[in-house]
Design a binder for this molecule. Structure first.
Ligand SMILES: [Zn+2]
Ligand SMILES: [Zn+2]
Length: 328
């Protein structure tokens, strides 16, 4: 099969053998995949991963020795594959299993290949009404929804989402179902327009600071979601949150951030890391069209054009670049 490999910051297009699923796994024929900012970070050294990347995907189960009922089903996957035995796994939260592998990120090949193997317990059948390209968003949408599972959000909570990239947009689109006072801050008018079209108030700002006249003003938000993708974003987020407020941190960068710790202490700010979320919940949002992800798709490339697709995804400010495996 054709498979992409990342090795020492190089992209290789290889011919790899199709893996054989063991009794706990399924072989999934990849139908579509999305290129994520994390993939770009990985190529540049984040997570020290070498192998086949790709963790946002949808496909069809080709072979599942232990779960024949899944064969032929359209599926998406929870990317965190736990050991199944530790206290985290027993509690149903493989995301924090210390020996976990993560599809396309840590110790396990991902979906930028014609086939990939996935533990059957990680698979979720896509509802019939959800088109495959929308289902590819299940993983990042689940990550956006994770915020709502971590923070108690009341309808009147003033929420700022900082960063109008893919994660910022998804976070804002999700959070508007939990609070009537969500504001998206970003620098790109065309991206802010995507959120505006789905009923979200936006402010165009360069440095993540607000004009004093703006609704809320700086230092007035109960919850600030930092989704800039930049190591500097956290400091801007701290400038927006109110005393005793919460900053949810979504950015993972290979570069370190510098923060003024004393402002967190003095203002008693809660700093909350937030990563992957519940795929089943994300599928429910997609099935009900509570979030319209179609507006986030910038371009769909054939898998054989991976190099061009990846170059496109690396362009600053690009939205979701996708790969179609129908004609590889
Ligand atoms: Zn991702
Ligand atoms: Zn475990």
């Amino acid at each position: 099969m054709k498979a992409v490999r990342f090795e020492n910051s190089r992209i290789l297009l290889t011919n790899a053998p199709v893996a054989e699923p063991d009794g706990q796994e399924a072989l999934v024929k990849v139908a579509m995949a999305g290129i994520c900012a994390t993939d770009i970070e990985i190529l540049n050294g984040y997570a020290q991963f070498s192998g086949t990347p790709g963790h946002e995907f949808a496909g069809i189960v080709q072979d599942a020795p232990g779960r024949r009922d899944l064969e032929g089903k359209r599926v998406v996957a929870d990317i965190n594959c736990g050991c199944g035995k530790c206290r985290w796994c027993i509690c149903g939260d493989a995301r924090h299993c210390e020996t976990r592998t993560v599809i396309g990120i840590r110790g396990r090949n991902g979906a930028f290949a014609e086939y990939c193997t996935v533990p059957v317990s990680n698979l979720y059948v896509i509802p019939d009404s959800v088109e495959t390209f929308r289902a590819v968003f299940a993983e990042p949408l689940a990550a956006a929804l994770e915020i709502t599972q971590q923070v108690h959000i009341i309808n009147t909570a003033r929420i700022a989402v900082l960063g109008d990239g893919k994660m910022g947009l998804l976070a804002a689109l999700v959070l508007k179902h939990f609070s009537g006072r969500v504001m998206l801050l970003g620098r790109h008018p065309e991206k802010l327009a995507i959120a505006e079209n789905q009923g979200i108030e936006t402010i165009q700002t360069d440095k993540g600071s607000l004009p004093e006249t703006a609704a809320g003003g700086s230092g007035q938000f109960d919850i600030v979601v930092e989704a800039t993708g930049s190591p500097d974003g956290i400091q801007a987020a701290l400038g927006l949150v109110r005393r005793e407020g919460t900053v949810v941190v979504k950015t993972t960068s290979r570069n370190r951030s510098q923060i003024d710790l004393s402002s967190i202490v003095v203002n008693e700010i809660r700093l909350l890391g937030s990563r992957c979320g519940d795929i089943d919940l994300a599928l429910r949002f997609l099935e009900n069209r509570w979030v319209d992800v179609a507006a986030l798709v910038e371009k769909i490339y054939s898998f054989s054009d991976f190099h061009e697709a990846f170059r496109h995804a690396c362009r600053k400010g690009s939205l979701k670049v996708m790969l179609d495996f129908a004609n590889p």
